[in-house]
Structures are given as structure tokens and as C-alpha cells.
Design a protein around this ligand. Structure first.
Ligand SMILES: [Fe+2]
Length: 298
């Protein structure tokens, strides 16, 4: 039977006594689901599996996303199309040089975000496996957006209830000065509506839903929206809401994209190889639909 070791009382836990590369018993899967609902981030140390085994584990939680890299200029994929390549490596397995477009694009992962909020149907959860890691730096930080919501004052909760933000991958990349998108990418990354506050159907808890992909809020002047989103992200990423994960080789970390944000920390990416592979499970419905909001197309 799996063992669950909380890292903090309500956020992030380590899961032991399980080999995810092998078929899971219904009891183990149920225990993992229960822990995931409560802790939102689960760390499974010492998991050795190949890409197919990682994908098979992920499929227990729903249909898998196809990586956005498929849509992009550099569409020769290093990995399976259901795996997002979170590495600093090119197709030849060598470190990407400083001016490589893919490297610059991936720098967006250093900003607080949740995966795929720029898709109308965003992610439910992500599972990232560390195949090789730098000896220093390169941590992943996670923020608990449920605890951050709970800690808001009542006035702010009232002010943000029912707000709809627009998320686009181009918004987060533009924050880093990356605006070099072609027509195909512009079309693929058109802004999509997402609620700012959501209720999680499994736990019943309320959560913020934020990312650096969000720029506009419908019905609000752009500058006011930017200021509000910045304040909310600053609030939500205070240290008391954050767990910083120091990677070990063969860690699998699984997080709930509906109620957390994360960011990758810097490391010497010209010196060390970081090979990380992410499987991502789609949510059941667009966030506005889940919250019962009718949203007009723009
Ligand atoms: Fe991410």
C-alpha cells in the first residue's frame, strides 16, 4: 500500500512504496487520488520509467494533451507528442545555445504560471519526470492558490468573484520581450477566457486561477486588469503559500493545475543538462463552463 508523507500540513506530500511503472492496484490509485485532492502537489521519488510508462500512469487521470510545440516553428519534436519537453536540449541531445529560439521561448517557464491556461480547455494536472538535473539551481516552486484565496480579505473576494481573464501564451512571452510569433502561432495562441476564481468539484475548496499568461480582464480597463493580476500573483506567491521542490533524478512530481501555479528556477543552462518530460492531463470542461458563466466569444 502506498504511504503518504505530508511536506506541509495542507500542501505537497511525498508518496512512497509505489512503483508507477507497474500497473497500479485500485486501492493504490484511490489513495493517490485522495492525497492529490488534499495536497495538490505529490512527489514520487525514485521512479524509473520510460516515456510510454509515464504516459500510461498519466492516462489514469484523464485524456492527455498534445504538446504546443507541435504548433510551433520548430516542430521537429524530440519526444512523443503527448510529452512536453521541459529541457534545455535540442533534437541532437546537445545543450541549446543562448540565442536559440526554443531556449528563449522556454524562459517563459521562469514566470509563475499554470500549464495550458492559454487553452480554452486547460490542464487538470501535470506530471513532470526528472531524467537528468543540474547539480545546483533548477528547482520548481509551487504556490497553493487555494490557501492564497482563503487568505484574501472579504472585499477582495467580492471584487474578484465572477471575473473573467484572458490568457494567451503570447502575453507571458511578451513579458520577456519575446514577440516574434508567426501567423500560425498567433492563431493558435489567441486569448481564451478563464475564470479568476474557481471552485474545485472534488474538494469543494475555492481557489484563485492565475498565470502570467493572463493579461486582460473582461469589462475592465487593461491597466487596471494588469495591476489587479499583478497584486493577486504577488499575494499568492508569498513564501507561506510556496513549496520549493529540489529535484533528484527520477523524481516524478504531479501537480494540480487548477489550483496551483509553478515556476522553474534559474540554473547554469549552458553548463548542465536538464532533461525533464511532462505529461499533461486535460481538465473536464472550460473553467467558465465549470463555474456556470456564459462567456461570449470575442
Ligand atoms: Fe509549466
Amino acid at each position: 500500500m502506498v504511504t503518504i508523507q505530508p511536506i506541509t500540513p495542507e500542501f505537497a506530500a511525498e508518496v512512497g512504496d509505489v512503483d508507477l511503472a507497474r500497473p497500479l492496484s485500485p486501492e493504490d490509485l484511490a489513495a493517490i487520488r485522495t492525497a492529490f485532492t488534499r495536497y495538490a502537489v505529490l512527489v514520487f521519488p525514485d521512479q524509473t520509467f520510460d516515456d510510454e510508462q509515464q504516459l500510461a500512469f498519466a492516462r489514469h487521470f484523464g485524456p492527455l494533451e498534445t504538446t504546443v510545440f507541435k504548433l510551433r516553428k520548430e516542430n521537429k519534436l524530440r519526444l512523443h507528442e503527448n510529452l512536453a519537453d521541459v529541457s534545455n536540449l535540442g533534437n541532437d541531445g546537445r545543450i541549446l545555445e543562448t540565442d536559440n529560439r526554443l531556449r528563449l521561448y522556454n524562459l517563459g517557464n521562469r514566470l509563475w504560471h499554470t500549464d495550458s491556461s492559454f487553452k480554452r480547455l486547460p490542464a487538470y494536472c501535470s506530471m513532470l519526470h526528472g531524467r537528468s538535473i543540474p547539480p545546483v539551481g533548477g528547482q520548481t516552486e509551487f504556490a497553493d492558490l487555494r490557501a492564497a484565496y482563503d487568505a484574501l480579505d472579504e472585499g477582495t473576494k467580492r471584487r474578484i468573484a465572477g471575473l473573467v481573464a484572458e490568457h494567451s501564451l503570447m502575453t507571458s512571452r511578451a513579458r520577456l520581450g519575446f514577440t516574434d510569433f508567426d501567423e500560425t502561432e498567433r492563431k493558435a495562441f489567441e486569448p481564451v477566457p478563464q475564470v479568476v476564481v474557481r471552485r474545485l468539484p472534488d474538494s469543494g475548496r475555492m481557489s484563485l486561477y492565475l498565470a502570467s499568461h493572463a493579461g486582460a480582464i473582461r469589462g475592465m480597463p487593461r491597466a487596471e486588469a494588469e495591476a489587479l493580476l499583478k497584486e493577486l500573483i504577488e499575494h499568492a506567491t508569498q513564501r507561506q503559500f510556496v513549496y520549493s521542490h529540489r529535484w533528484r533524478v527520477n523524481d516524478l512530481v504531479m501537480w494540480d493545475d487548477r489550483c496551483t501555479m509553478h515556476r522553474g528556477m534559474a540554473f547554469d543552462d549552458q553548463r548542465y543538462k536538464r532533461d525533464m518530460r511532462r505529461a499533461t492531463v486535460s481538465d473536464v470542461a472550460p473553467t467558465c463552463e465549470q463555474m456556470g458563466l456564459a462567456v461570449a466569444a470575442e
